[in-house]
Design a protein. Structure first.
Length: 366
């Protein structure tokens, strides 16, 4: 099958969850013998590769602004795809659904992974939020298959648009505890002596609330706030203004360094209040972490019984839960074991790739 992936910054993954999803699935599909293309944003990569681990890479220019970067890339990528041909396409995020009708017009099947509800994010103005709601309608209207990696999102599309959605989970690798712990010295931390937060540093992911909570925790452990974000300089500057020397901001990290931080943390914390399945939560669980997450429906679904929840946006409850985990290492160890078993059972990338391969084949046969 000729399969094209659109709607991300591209691979190798060095930004967020959708990029990791595309790398994991596209590479595995290519290894199975399929002809796979991933469209990349030219502004995001200093080095342009023709192929990466068996996957063809095509770089397209964008209008590099907060509101136009993604949509312009989707347009030029779609036009390139219809010129060069594909049997099926996988668009990432309903926000990139605007030009799926073009793919359909030229006989290319459209599989669309919805992601979360982008219009809930505080960073968007009212016009952008209206667009994202309209894009959800377009996704429901023009996609041959809609995929949700959260059952909460699956129910939303059924209730809102009467559209059936196929559930396919996001994935995570199982990483051995203690993986490459020698890399930690670059961050001034020791194994099992730090809390880890990983996310785009945007207000709705609530790094500022975690910083405030951790400032009140009695511990000599460190908090590593890992992440970055385009167009969020003021917010990041505010985060870094904390006077607590235990809190460090190493920036966005990927590859083995990121895995090493996950596999040697004492606890992983996620404080987001919007979105869908947060990949870093599953990656933390796969690395044998005890996870502490906000109690929004997406997180509760992902973690189930394998982690601890705190009340969303309630800094004092978050502080109390962190302190409890500091004071109860036996409970931390118990949650770690449960987390790894859940990832093995529910979030295996190999099985997820098989699911996508079946969906592509059935849609093309159609």
């Amino acid at each position: 099958m000729r399969i094209a992936f659109l709607g991300t910054r591209g691979i190798p993954a060095n930004y967020g969850g959708f990029e990791t999803f595309v790398e994991e699935v596209a590479v595995r599909l290519a290894a199975k013998g399929h002809d796979v293309t991933v469209y990349c944003r030219g502004t995001h990569y200093s080095e342009r590769l023709e192929r990466y681990r068996g996957v063809r890479l095509v770089y397209q220019s964008t209008i590099h602004t907060k509101h136009l970067d993604s949509i312009t890339h989707s347009l030029v990528s779609t036009l390139h795809m219809v010129r060069h041909g594909a049997d099926a396409s996988c668009y990432c995020s309903s926000g990139n659904s605007t030009f799926t009708w073009i793919a359909r017009l030229f006989g290319i099947k459209v599989v669309l992974n919805t992601d979360g509800l982008e219009w809930e994010r505080a960073k968007w103005n009212s016009a952008a939020k209206m667009y994202f709601k309209f894009a959800e309608w377009l996704a429901a209207k023009f996609s041959n298959v809609l995929i949700a990696d959260s059952r909460v999102i699956k129910e939303y599309y059924k209730k809102k648009f009467g559209r059936d959605t196929t559930f396919v989970a996001y994935g995570a690798d199982v990483v051995e505890r203690g993986f490459k712990k020698e890399l930690l010295k670059d961050f001034g931390v020791e194994p099992e002596k730090y809390f880890l937060f990983v996310s785009r540093l945007e207000p709705e992911n609530n790094a500022h609330q975690l910083v405030r909570a951790f400032e009140g925790v009695k511990t000599d452990m460190t908090l590593l706030v890992v992440g970055s974000a385009p167009f969020a300089d003021d917010y990041i500057r505010e985060l870094k203004s904390t006077k607590d020397s235990r809190i460090k901001f190493p920036g966005g990290l990927y590859g083995d360094i990121y895995k090493a931080l996950q596999a040697n943390a004492y606890v992983y914390v996620n404080a987001m209040e919007v979105g869908g399945t947060h990949p870093a939560i599953l990656e933390a669980m796969g690395a044998g972490n005890c996870v502490l997450v906000s109690d929004i429906s997406y997180n509760v679904e992902a973690v189930a019984h394998a982690g601890v929840c705190f009340k969303t946006r309630e800094v004092e409850d978050l502080r109390e839960k962190i302190q409890w985990l500091v004071d109860n290492p036996d409970e931390v160890a118990r949650y770690r074991k449960i987390a790894v078993e859940r990832v093995k059972a529910e979030y295996d990338w190999g099985q997820i790739t098989d699911d996508y391969e079946r969906i592509f084949a059935e849609t093309i046969a159609g």
